[in-house]
Design a protein around this ligand. Structure first.
Ligand code: G3D
Ligand code: MG
Length: 176
C-alpha cells in the first residue's frame, strides 16, 4: 500500500492500564487475554486510510510502563508526532500519574498532540474516575482530546486512533 505520511505514535501510561491490549486490538482486531508484561518497547505498523486526506502509516510504539524501563522513555519520545496517554478508569492513581509523565512526553516538543485515553470502560462496577474528572484533566493539561475505550468490548478503539491521526496530520501541516 502506498501512503502519504508516516507518523510515529507513542503509547504511554502506567503498567496494567491496557496499552498492549488496545494496540493489539487496533492492529489485529483481537482482544488477547494473555498479554505479557511489555519489556522495553514493542513496535507495530498499521496503514490507516483517512477520508479526504490519504493513507497514513502509523508506527506505534507500545511502551512498557514498568518503572524499571521508565529511563528509556525520553529516547522513544524523540521524533514522535503524537502520544496517547492511557489511564484505567478503574484506578485514579493511573490518572494522577499523568503529571509525572508529562514533562518527559513534552521534552522534545512542548506542544506535541497528546490524547488522553480512559481504558476498561466495560468494567462499570469498578469505575473510579468519572468522565467529567478526566475531561477536566485533559483540558487543564492541554490535551488535544479525551476518549474512553474498551479493548475488551471493542468500544472506540479505531475511533481513538483515527481522531489522534487527524490531529497529528493538522499539527504537522501547520508546522510545514
Ligand atoms: P499494559 O500493556 O498497559 O501493561 P495490558 O496493559 O494490555 O497488558 O493489560 C493489563 C490487564 O488489563 C490485562 O489483564 C488485560 O486483559 C486487562 N485489560 C486491558 N484492556 C481491558 C479492557 O478494555 N477491559 C478489561 N476488562 N480488561 C482489560 P490481566 O488479567 O492479563 O492482567
Ligand atoms: Mg504492555
Amino acid at each position: 500500500m502506498s501512503y502519504e505520511k508516516v507518523f510515529k505514535l507513542v503509547i504511554a501510561g502506567d503498567g496494567g492500564v491496557g496499552k498492549t491490549s488496545l494496540t493489539n486490538k487496533f492492529i489485529t482486531g483481537i482482544f488477547k487475554t494473555d498479554t505479557r508484561i511489555t519489556i522495553g518497547v514493542e513496535f507495530f505498523i498499521k496503514d490507516l486510510p483517512i477520508e479526504g486526506l490519504g493513507i497514513v502509516r502509523l508506527q506505534i510504539w507500545d511502551f512498557g510502563g514498568e518503572e524499571r524501563f521508565r529511563f528509556l522513555l525520553p529516547t522513544y519520545v524523540k521524533g514522535a508526532n503524537g502520544i496517547m496517554f492511557l489511564f484505567s478508569t478503574t484506578n485514579m492513581l493511573t490518572l494522577s500519574h499523568f503529571d509525572d509523565w508529562l514533562p518527559i512526553l513534552r521534552n522534545y516538543d512542548p506542544t506535541i498532540p497528546i490524547m488522553l485515553v480512559g481504558t476498561k470502560i466495560d468494567l462499570k462496577a469498578q469505575r473510579r474516575v468519572t468522565k467529567h474528572e478526566a475531561i477536566d484533566i485533559a483540558r487543564s493539561r492541554g490535551c488535544s482530546s479525551y476518549v474512553e475505550v474498551s479493548a475488551k468490548e471493542s468500544i472506540n478503539v479505531e475511533e481513538a486512533f483515527r481522531t489522534l491521526t487527524k490531529v497529528m496530520w493538522n499539527y504537522q501541516a501547520r508546522r510545514e
